[in-house]
Design a protein around this ligand. Structure first.
Ligand code: CP
Ligand code: NVA
Length: 303
């Protein structure tokens, strides 16, 4: 693996190795142990969209590993004034050891990866959010002790995070059930790819059907970054897909409730469930730091 554009760029073996390293880094950090495996390495972080968790976790990850991260807003780069993605990728590659990018269109990432001479990491595109899922797998494994055989229910918009969840479930042997209204289905090529990998993926319309006996109940905002023009329609169509106490009661008694955050309380999830006993959302957010450290070490450590 030289880039991480899709969670499916990782094999099951690689995912398990990364999660083991991430768990180890989490323990070491809790004991105050310093792990400076990326001394003198730098990460260029291109952002075409807003971020709290991704920016901070990557920046802190590089700092704690002894390296350095640069926040590069596309508004400030010459990219925002028309310099090509290819030229930008080639030039930045001369300075930094790795590029991560949060982009409006997945094709921008593919172009960055084509021209960059250093590894490229997808920090969210319209198609996928692999770093989120890597961290989520760490959190699920921590809570449940395993991944294989769990039922993972996605409730709501079949968006970028959902696409990565479908692929992550297929790789790790989780049974995936997506409940969404017509018109909000996950990317059909992703579903086909997951099934082609032997993944069990069902797409249904009733949230209760997906949530039934689920080990993991996962949701995300109904209006993703870039979907703002469709806000009213989306809130209307996705209204019946809220994770609330009634839906949690359909899942297993020990189900985990997950959300990549930021959340819109009272829309895709109630405030009670988001902060309730089933919620894993803050641990998910923390896992971003550990899982991305493991990823950065894998991509940059031996170079
Ligand atoms: N979950 C996630 O990627 O959050 P940010 O948009 O805050 O980075
Ligand atoms: N689906 C959301 C995820 C944010 C982390 C978005 O793309 O805005």
């Amino acid at each position: 693996m030289s880039n991480l554009l899709s969670i499916s760029d990782l094999s099951l073996i690689e995912i398990n190795e990364l999660l083991d390293v991430a768990d180890d880094l989490k323990v070491k950090r809790s004991k105050g142990k310093i792990v400076e495996l990326l001394k003198h390495k730098s990460l260029g972080m291109i952002f075409e969209k807003s971020s709290t968790r991704t920016r901070i976790s990557f920046e802190v990850a590089m700092a704690e590993l002894g390296g350095h991260a640069l926040f590069l807003s596309s508004r400030d780069l010459q990219l925002g004034r028309g310099e090509t993605v290819g030229d930008t990728a080639q030039v930045i590659s001369r300075y930094v050891s790795c590029i991560m990018a949060r982009v409006i269109s997945h094709s921008t990432l593919e172009e960055l990866a084509e021209y960059a001479t250093v590894p490229v990491i997808n920090a969210l595109s319209d198609l996928e959010h692999p770093c989120q899922l890597l961290a989520d797998l760490q959190t699920i494994r921590e809570y449940k002790g395993r991944l294989k055989g769990l039922k993972f229910a996605w409730i709501g918009d079949g968006n970028n995070v959902c696409n990565s969840a479908i692929l992550a479930a297929a790789i790790t042997g989780m049974q995936m059930s997506v409940a969404c209204p017509g018109g909000y289905e996950p990317d059909p090529d992703i579903v086909a790819k997951a099934r082609g990998m032997g993944g069990s993926v069902e797409v249904v319309t009733a949230p209760e059907e997906a949530a039934a006996d689920a080990d993991v109940l996962y949701t995300d905002v109904w209006v993703s970054m870039g979907d703002e023009d469709e806000k009213e329609q989306r809130l209307h169509d996705l209204g019946p897909y809220q994770i609330n106490d009634a839906l949690v009661n359909v899942a297993r008694d020990d189900c985990m409730v997950m959300h990549c955050l930021p959340a819109h309380r009272g829309e895709e999830i109630t405030s009670e469930v988001l902060t309730g006993t089933h919620s894993a959302v803050l641990d998910q957010a923390e896992s971003r730091l550990h899982a991305q450290k493991a990823l950065l070490i894998k991509l940059l450590g031996s170079k």
